[in-house]
Write a protein that binds this ligand. Structure first.
Ligand code: GDP
Length: 340
């Protein structure tokens, strides 16, 4: 390292607050420090990850009290308009609200369907709101960790409600469902066959289906769509045992029906807390997250092992040539992995 680089390095080191300073600032509710804490969480650098864990250890005892709500919907369904309206209503009722985003497109190519930066401008200026765009780059597993840890930081900063937004494509819905208490699908009326196009799997993840844009001339159509969803739901498994998946209509533009959505979520929280389902889901989510992290780490360490990399081409050759069965080739690879 030359002199200039060394100076730059030490300057950067000096500017980086310690984990304990970050944690203290976050717990005071300082939004700038919360942002810096989340930037640390989102970093893939090894030394940042160690510091992140140190910070989270201090924050964890102060987390867990928020209501975690997932929101999904196709692009154009009105998610950002809805969150702006819903979030402002929540802040108006005295709830500090944080918005996190999971955007699968940004994990694959750094592009973004949610296009966070210019969205929810008025909510982002509210003193009781905090909005964080989705972390870009890395694996879906990496995004999972970052979002869950950011959630801990927001909760320790005193946010009462965490909204996790995602877009209706790929695996991201399953991931967001696995980290929230309540999951809702924001739907819209389309050409008429939209319900057939709607994936049954996503409907089965939802605790509520909200038909948005129920305003003006579109309102009767939106109500009709809502009723159609209600009928289909009779044939599906509810996402939360003991809670019948609700259907509602709203207008994020006029604010119609927004209040009722919060009342429904309050009822959900009360019901599931009373029945024990709320806490059981949270415990299960932690266990599932742990298991998925173990799997991911195992997979990465297997494929990165020198012995495996060296033996892989030969095993592939022998298996494709029919000289070795696939299970036998896999066993040989594992032997090489364990013996490394
Ligand atoms: P997102 O891609 O799901 O985040 O959708 P946006 O919030 O960006 O909304 C897409 C378009 O739908 C925008 O032009 C919004 O103004 C419009 N929009 C959103 N909500 C409503 C609503 O409740 N009623 C009407 N009429 N338009 C809406």
């Amino acid at each position: 390292m030359n002199e200039r680089a060394r100076k730059k390095f030490f300057k950067r080191e000096q500017k980086e607050p310690a984990a304990s300073e970050l944690a203290a600032g976050i717990m005071k509710g300082d939004k700038t420090i919360l942002s810096r804490g989340i930037t640390l969480i989102e970093s893939n650098a090894q030394r940042h990850q160690e510091k992140t864990q140190e910070m989270l250890k201090l924050l964890l005892p102060h987390s867990g009290h928020a209501v975690r709500i997932g929101i999904t919907g196709v692009p154009g369904a009105g998610k950002s308009t809805f969150i702006e309206e819903f979030g402002s209503m929540l802040c108006g009722r005295g709830f500090k609200t944080a918005v996190l985003a999971v955007d699968p497109s940004s994990t694959v190519n750094g592009g973004s369907i949610l296009g966070d930066k210019t969205r929810m401008e008025s909510l982002s200026r509210h003193p009781d709101a905090f909005i964080r765009p989705s972390p870009s780059g890395g694996t879906l597993g990496g995004v999972h960790r970052k979002t869950r840890e950011s959630m801990i930081a927001c909760e320790a900063a005193g946010y009462d409600i965490i909204l996790v937004e995602t877009v209706g494509v790929g695996q991201s819905e399953v991931m967001v469902r696995s980290m929230v208490d309540f999951f809702m699908l924001l739907a819209i009326t389309g050409a008429g066959d939209e319900l057939q196009g709607m994936k049954k799997g996503i409907m089965e993840l939802a605790d509520a289906i909200i038909v948005n844009k129920a305003d003006g001339d579109n309102r009767p159509k939106a109500i009709k769509t809502m009723r159609e969803y209600r009928q289909i739901l009779h044939f599906l498994q509810p996402a939360t045992p003991g809670w019948e998946t609700k259907t509602l209509a709203c207008s994020a533009l006029t604010g119609d029906g927004i209040q009722e959505i919060w009342e429904m979520i309050e009822a959900f929280v009360n019901d599931t807390k009373a029945s024990g389902i709320f806490d059981r889901r949270r415990s299960r989510q932690v266990k599932e997250w742990m298991l998925s992290m173990i799997k991911e780490k195992l997979e990465a360490s297997f494929f990165q092992a020198e012995e495996v990399k060296r033996l892989m081409p030969e095993m592939e050759r022998q298996a494709t040539a029919g000289e070795l069965t696939v299970p036998a080739a896999v066993d040989r690879l594992f032997q090489a992995f364990w013996e490394k």
